[in-house]
Design a protein around this ligand. Structure first.
Ligand code: SAM
Length: 280
């Protein structure tokens, strides 16, 4: 059940606190609280979860997450100008919002969070992709998060959910789909943001699987996939030549034709190949 809060409209918050959007921080704000509540609902049942939000800005999504019943929200924001606006939200939802000022790429939030943990963010796209890759490649699996609900440039969202045979299929798809379910849950036009960015956006929801879909050593899988897609137009027998000796035999043993290209190879086949490469 959604209860939009009694705090001022976000346009007023932005005017009161002088939060003119800064391009250098990738600031394209969501000001429609019905929309931010809708995004928060895509993150699943929040009532028993701590939510890690990166880049809350003036707090539109933060308010959505709290109005949708999040047990607690930990928000990391780089722009100190946003802190007074976020403090007002903290007052309205006493004890439920903690804000850390800083760069999400440099802060380890885990000591401030209690599982189960969900992540939600509308971030600048470069930071979002970097964090997504980190969240998908932890030292241990399952990861600290149960789900990730993240806004991306539409083209990046399509790369995350892409299937073999499509232009968007590549490392990001394989990384995301190996140990998570990944779906696009919402499309947003540029006009949904203030100021509007040049491109369309989409929200991707990823749910961590308890264990990988197919067994493979993460480092070897990463090496095989990276080599395959580095030269995606080449046949695998050429692009994977340096990965291990007798590569053509290993490809055949994994059920892959050496003349195939990386973009035609399924996740299951890449995992089989990683297992073959792991053999002496
Ligand atoms: N979540 C807000 C919304 O939906 O309206 C703001 C979204 S805006 C696209 C991105 C936000 O991330 C900005 O508030 C920006 O200051 C913040 N930000 C940018 N880089 C960051 C970083 N490295 N760490 C934490 N926050 C960052």
């Amino acid at each position: 059940m959604s209860t939009i809060d009694t705090l001022p409209p976000l346009r007023d918050v932005i005017a009161t606190h002088g939060l003119s959007a800064r391009k250098s921080l990738g600031q394209n704000f969501l000001l429609d609280l019905n929309l931010t509540a809708k995004i928060a609902r895509q993150a699943g049942d929040l009532t028993n979860c701590d939510v890690l939000e990166i880049g809350p800005g003036p707090g539109g999504l933060t308010r959505g997450l709290l109005s949708e019943g999040a047990r607690r929200v930990l928000a990391i924001e780089k722009d100190p100008r946003c802190l007074p606006a976020l403090a007002e939200i903290g007052d309205a939802y006493a004890g439920k919002l903690q804000v850390i000022e800083g760069d999400a790429l440099e802060i380890n939030p885990l000591e401030h969070l209690t599982p189960p943990i969900r992540v939600a963010a509308n971030l600048p796209y470069n930071v979002g992709t970097e964090l997504l890759v980190r969240w998908l490649t932890p030292a241990q699996w399952p990861p600290f998060w149960q789900s990730l609900t993240l806004m991306f440039q539409r083209e990046v969202a399509e790369r995350i959910v892409a299937l073999p045979g499509s232009k968007a299929y590549g490392r990001l798809a394989l990384l995301a789909q190996w140990r998570a379910d990944a779906r696009i849950v919402l499309h947003l036009p540029p006009e949904a943001f203030t100021p509007p960015p040049k491109v369309s956006s989409a929200v991707v929801h990823l749910t961590a699987l308890p264990e990988p879909r197919f067994s493979a050593d993460p480092a070897i899988l990463n090496r095989v996939v990276a080599a395959g897609f580095n030269q995606r137009r080449k046949m695998l027998r050429a692009s994977l030549k340096g990965v291990a000796p007798d590569m053509e035999d290993r490809l055949r043993a994994a059920g892959i034709k050496p003349t195939e290209r990386a973009e035609q190879v399924s996740l299951e086949a890449f995992c089989a190949l990683a297992r073959e490469v792991a053999k002496k």
